[in-house]
Write a protein that binds this ligand. Structure first.
Ligand code: ADP
Length: 158
């Protein structure tokens, strides 16, 4: 069983995340989308809301499981018997942080491999942060996120 973990904040899930999940699914038997508790960040959506939006979207894809985790990613990967961590790379600007994280995770556990996937070009400029900003300013985000996320955003910024 080849299992991978796709960790992140998913605040909220976007079409870019879903594209990465679909790609990862082609490489692994099971993909666990793992929402980090991450108390340092001030999310727009609570952990429960982020999980629920993921369950309504990514959770509908075969062999994709939605989970949450606290603490070290490598420990969670070990507990789930996952040999790989998936991360998305959009632009050079993502690289430095991702490179540091990948090598640090390798130091912490040499058995967990980080794999970077590039989304479809049209999603390379997409981030949860920019989607929240557009929604906050009253813009239409329906082309960037699934319908349930667009609805949740418009309710939040009503
Ligand atoms: P984090 O807080 O860990 O950066 P995110 O939810 O913002 O969490 O992102 C999780 C992962 O998905 C990261 O590897 C990020 O680079 C990637 N990602 C986010 N948006 C996109 C996108 N539009 N295309 C490809 N990868 C993306």
């Amino acid at each position: 069983m080849r299992r991978a973990i796709y960790p992140g904040s998913f605040d909220p899930v976007t079409n870019g995340h879903l594209d990465v999940i679909e790609r990862a699914r082609k490489l692994f038997d099971e993909v666990i989308v793992a929402v980090a508790h991450n108390d340092e960040k001030q999310p727009l959506f609570s952990l429960k809301e982020r999980l629920s939006l993921l369950r309504e979207t990514a959770g509908k894809i075969d062999d994709v499981r939605i989970a949450d985790f606290n603490g070290l990613l490598v420990e969670f990967a070990k507990a789930e018997k996952a040999g790989a961590v998936i991360r998305g790379l959009r632009a050079v600007s993502d690289f430095e942080f991702e490179f540091q994280m990948a090598l640090m995770n390798r130091k912490l556990d040499a058995l967990v491999e980080t794999i970077f996937l590039m989304p479809k070009e049209e999603y390379t400029y997409l981030s949860s942060r920019i989607v929240k900003e557009i929604a906050r300013l009253g813009g239409d985000v329906s082309g960037f996120v699934p319908a349930c996320v667009a609805n949740a955003l418009s309710r939040r910024f009503k």
